[in-house]
Design a protein around this ligand. Structure first.
Ligand SMILES: CC(C)(COP(=O)(O)OP(=O)(O)OC[C@H]1O[C@@H](n2cnc3c(N)ncnc32)[C@H](O)[C@@H]1OP(=O)(O)O)[C@@H](O)C(=O)NCCC(=O)NCCS
Length: 186
């Protein structure tokens, strides 16, 4: 099932997306801003990743697409725990810089949450953000994530240890955001 938001469509990963994903993973700016990390990724590595990846009951990755610009990023739900109704948010990424600050990530989060909470019956999504990533902190707070703690010096980037802020959003938090913003009504 594809997930339709107000600005984005979240759809499954296709082979034609792999070059966009490889560029994302190899972009030093992304590497700096995300909590995770990777070695430089070759075309063959990325193809292997695609061939080995398949959506399963613990991992759902979505390409973020807009009608105007096509595939522009990726998000997802990882480590889905069906017993407790908990999953990890899979690093929100909007590839094209000229498309930033147009509400794409906000809509992608809201669309992902609607699916996670109203269809998959999850109750909580975990998130994390590096302490200097102020844009991501702003967006995650706006869509309802709450700050739950700090992992001191938990990542090493650019020669320095950096703190990681631990986030969580509950289904109730998501409902509060919808109610206070009329998100799906506008
Ligand atoms: C973080 C990211 C996903 C945001 O995507 P986006 O589509 O530009 O986000 P949105 O347009 O929905 O929202 C951006 C918000 O940040 C605000 N913002 C812009 N610059 C900011 C800054 N320096 N500090 C704080 N907030 C800022 C914008 O005003 C906007 O808020 P508003 O809608 O309330 O006005 C995107 O910048 C990205 O892919 N960055 C690189 C990877 C990354 O950091 N991923 C998150 C890892 S946790």
């Amino acid at each position: 099932m594809f997930l339709r938001g107000k600005k984005v469509l979240l759809r499954s990963v296709e082979q034609e997306d792999i070059e966009m994903l490889r560029e994302l993973s190899n972009d030093p700016e992304f590497e700096k801003m995300i909590v995770g990390w990777s070695y430089p990724i070759s075309k063959k590595d990325q193809l292997n990743w695609y061939e080995n990846y398949k959506a399963d009951d613990k991992t759902l990755r979505f390409i973020i697409e807009t009608e105007q610009d096509g595939a522009i990023g990726m998000t997802g739900l990882l480590n889905i725990d069906w017993k407790n109704g908990v999953a990890d948010a899979g690093g929100m990424r909007v590839a094209k810089k000229e498309l930033r600050c147009k509400g794409i990530a906000t809509d992608a989060y809201m669309t992902l949450f609607r699916y996670a909470f109203d269809e998959l019956r999850l109750n909580r999504i975990n998130g994390s953000v590096i302490s200097y990533n102020t844009i991501s902190q702003h967006v995650t707070e706006k869509v309802g994530f709450k700050k739950e703690g700090v992992l001191r010096q938990a990542v090493f980037k650019n020669g320095k240890y950096e703190d990681v802020i631990i986030l969580g959003i509950l289904k109730d938090d998501y409902k509060n955001v919808i109610e206070s913003t009329n998100y799906w009504e506008e």
